[in-house]
Design a protein around this ligand. Structure first.
Ligand SMILES: [Zn+2]
Ligand SMILES: [Zn+2]
Length: 118
C-alpha cells in the first residue's frame, strides 16, 4: 500500500508538472522540480527565498526518477503477484495431491469390496 501510495503521488506530481506547464504565481514555464517540496516550480520560484536551499532539478530528470521509482514499484508488485500466484499454484497442487490420495483411498475399499465379492 505504501509503495502504491508512493507511485500515485509520484505519478500525480509528474502529471501535474506536464499539465500545468505554467507557474500559477509567475506565469513562467514549470521547467524545474523542487525535491524538497516535491513539486514543479518555475525559474522565478527557484530564485525565491522559499526554495533557496532546496534541491532543484530539471523536471525531465525528476519525472525520469519517478518513472524509475514507478518501475521499481511495478517490479515489486509483479514479484508479489508472482509469489501469490505461486502460492495459489502450490495450493492447487496440494489439493490435487489430496484429491489423488482421496481418490486412491476411495478406490481401495472399492477394490477390496470387489475382492470380497469374488
Ligand atoms: Zn513560479
Ligand atoms: Zn522548495
Amino acid at each position: 500500500l505504501l509503495l502504491l501510495d508512493l507511485f500515485c503521488f509520484g505519478d500525480q506530481t509528474v502529471v501535474a508538472a506536464r499539465k500545468e506547464s505554467v507557474c500559477q504565481k509567475h506565469q513562467e514555464p514549470l521547467k524545474l522540480f523542487c525535491r524538497d517540496h516535491e513539486a514543479p516550480i518555475c525559474v522565478v520560484c527557484e530564485q525565491s527565498q522559499e526554495h533557496r536551499y532546496h534541491d532543484i532539478v530539471p523536471v525531465e530528470e525528476a519525472s525520469q526518477e519517478y518513472k524509475d521509482q514507478f518501475c521499481t514499484c511495478m517490479e515489486i508488485l509483479r514479484k508479489e503477484r508472482n509469489r501469490i500466484l505461486a502460492y495459489k499454484d502450490s495450493l492447487v497442487k496440494e489439493s490435487q495431491d489430496l484429491l489423488d490420495v482421496f481418490e486412491f483411498s476411495e478406490v481401495k475399499p472399492h477394490s477390496k469390496k470387489k475382492v470380497v465379492q469374488r
